[in-house]
Design a binder for this molecule. Sequence first.
Ligand SMILES: Cc1cc2nc3c(=O)[nH]c(=O)nc-3n(C[C@H](O)[C@H](O)[C@H](O)COP(=O)(O)O)c2cc1C
Length: 381
Amino acid sequence: MSKPLTIADLKILARRRVPKMFFDYADSGAWTESTYRANEDDFAKIKLRQRVLVDMTNRTLETTMIGEKAMMPVALAPTGMTGMQHADGEMLAAKAAEEFGVPFTLSTMSICSIEDVASVTSKPFWFQLYVMKDRGFVERLIGRAKAAKCSALVVTADLQILGQRHKDLRNGLSAPPKWTLKSFMQLATRPQWCLEMLGTKRRGFGNIVGHASNVSDLSSLGAWTAEQFDPKLSWDDIRWIKDLWGGKLIIKGILDEEDARAAADTGADAIIVSNHGGRQLDGAPSSISMLPKIIDAVGDRIEVHVDGGIRSGQDVLKAVALGARGTYIGRPFLYGLGAMGKDGVTTALNVIRNELDITMALCGKRDIQTVDRSILANVPF
Ligand SMILES: Cc1cc2nc3c(=O)[nH]c(=O)nc-3n(C[C@H](O)[C@H](O)[C@H](O)COP(=O)(O)O)c2cc1C
C-alpha cells in the first residue's frame, strides 16, 4: 500500500505491524460482537441529501466541545493500553491531537501516565476516570489530573463490571500476560514493534502501578483490577466526583433516555452517547441509533456527544446532523497509531477532516455550525 487513504487502510497496516493479541484487543467487541458491528452498520443506513449550485467556498469545520475550541467536532476517545499499539502510544497520540487541534482523552487504564502525557503536551488534555472501589486511589487520581491541568474529567459509567471479549481470552491477554508458545510467536513475527517496545520503559499501567496500594508489579495489578471496578457505582458517586473535581465534567456511556435525564440532573457539562464501542453489553443498540432519542430527551439541557462506529468524516457529519455537538474516535486513531505511530494518528485525523469537509460541501453547507437534519435524506431510527 503506498499511502493510506482511509481508516480501513490504516487498519490493514496496523494488523501487519501490531502483535495479534494487541490488534485483536482493539478490534473486538463483547460476545457475538453484534453491537460492535451495529455501531458501524447503522451509520451506513443514513443517507445524505446531495445539493448543487450553492456557494461552497470558504468552508469551516471549527467548533467547540464543552466550550473548548476544536478544529473539527472530533476528539480522541479514551482507550486502555494504547501504549501497546505502539511504544509510548498515549504520548504520541496526545501530541498528534494537540498539533491538529482536537481534544485528547487519556484513559485511567493507559500505559503512559497522566504525568508522562503532561510532560510532552503544552495544552490541557482530558482525563477519563474509572471509579474504583478504593476511593482513596480515585481521590489521588483526580488530584493528579488537576495537578496536570487536565481541562475535563470524563467519568465512564458503563463499565461497573467488565464485558467479555472472546478474542482476549483466547489470546491470553491478561495482567500478567499468559506466556504461551502462541503469544511468543505473535511477538516474534512483529520484530519492529518489539524493538520499539524494548526502547521504552513504559510497559505497565502508568496511572496505577506505584500509585494504588499494594500494586507494584504486573501480577499484583491483575488481582487489583479484577476486583477494583465498582459494581455499586451510583448517581450519588457522580455527585461526589463532580464536587471533588470542581471542573468540566463529561459522563460517558449513556445509551438510554432515562439515564440521559439522570445525567442532565447532575449538572454535568456533557454526556457521551456510547456503548463502549460494543465492548460491554452485546445486544445493545448502536450509539447512532440512540442519538436522536437522547437529543429529544435532553438536548436542550446538556451538550450531547457520541461515539461508536465512526470510521469516516461522513459518519461525523451524520452525527452532527442528528444533533451531536461532538464525536469521538477510538479504533480509527488506534489503527493509525499501530500502523505508523504519531504520523498515523495525524493521518487518521486528516482522512476524517478531508471526508468531513468534502461531504459537508456536497451537502450544500459551508459551516459545520449550520449542519442539521435538513442535510439528511432519511433517518432510519
Ligand atoms: C481498545 C479499546 C480500549 C478502550 N478502553 C477504554 C477505556 O479505558 N475507558 C473508556 O472509557 N473507554 C474505553 N474504550 C471505549 C472508547 O472510549 C470508545 O467508547 C469506543 O472506542 C468508541 O468506538 P469506536 O472504537 O468504534 O470509535 C475503549 C475502546 C477500545 C477500542
